[in-house]
Design a protein around this ligand. Sequence first.
Ligand code: FE2
Ligand code: FE2
Length: 339
Amino acid sequence: MNDPDDGQKKLFEATKKVEEVAKEIASDAKSDDDLVVVEDINAKSDEDMVENLNCQKIISSTFVVANKNIRTSAGGRDYITLTLSDRTGQIDGRLFPDGGVQDIFTTITNGSIYKCDGKVNEFPPDSGKYNIVIEHLMELPSDEYILEDYIRTSSNDKEKLIKYIISTIKDLENIELKNLLKSFFCDNRFSKEFYIAPAAKIHHHNYVGGLLDHTVEVLKICKTLTELFPQLDKDLLYTAALLHDIGKMRAYDYDNVSIKMSEEGQLLDHLYLSGEMVEEKLMEVKIPKDLSNQLLHIILSHHGAVSNGWGSIVDPKTPEAVALHYADLLDARVKDMFK
Ligand SMILES: [Fe+2]
Ligand SMILES: [Fe+2]
């Protein structure tokens, strides 16, 4: 069985670049020039991407094994079929071992990255459909591939987005809200996960880093709204923007192959989970009850009126709650149009 924790582990290992920037928040001291950018040294070439495997050729490239099966040929020979994927698509692979098909099949792990040596073939002939006849298959250790080659990830500059969040937190005047945000974003484990989490399974921002993109976009819309409506409580609105979807970190399970709803995501939904995560922090970081109620209200109502059935637990009843709801909706809707 594929250990579900493996996918998470690989994501963490492959996003060291992000982790280094995450430490910026904790250190709170370095200048922009100190940000370290790690080169993508083992990236797949464009010609090896699945979308370009459309002619007969010898190939030596890397893929995620998304699925595996044992089949029997018309001649009675057992062989292994693999669904191989990268961020551009999927292609079938066939492996014809001389013997021990079951033993080899057992060693192949769904969700892991493999180097495949073989030949791209058109099959059936003149069908325009291609597969790979694999001659050699080897699992790659996590430091020998770049995760972004295999799954859809944000194309935005993560460092810039993280710095935007850091500077927003630094600029807050309300010390209680600032301390609450720091208790999340100075927690290395939380911030690492936040920066790679998807924001959705099917709809807007359904890719690794989607939560970071969405959160910063909502935050920017909120900053525009506070210029238009200076009566809005800026610190409260920005805090809510940063925390409104953190429950998505628990609402989805994701690995090299797919993004799925977790059990608690299905049963509790991310609005409740976001609220619960904030409530848990409020046991350590004390803020006045009326302020925490305001913040939780914005989070629990950010999908709009209860009657529209989008998951709000309560109707938005404050100016900040209405502002965050529309900022959230605007970002999601516009992003959907560009998919
Ligand atoms: Fe949400
Ligand atoms: Fe959202």
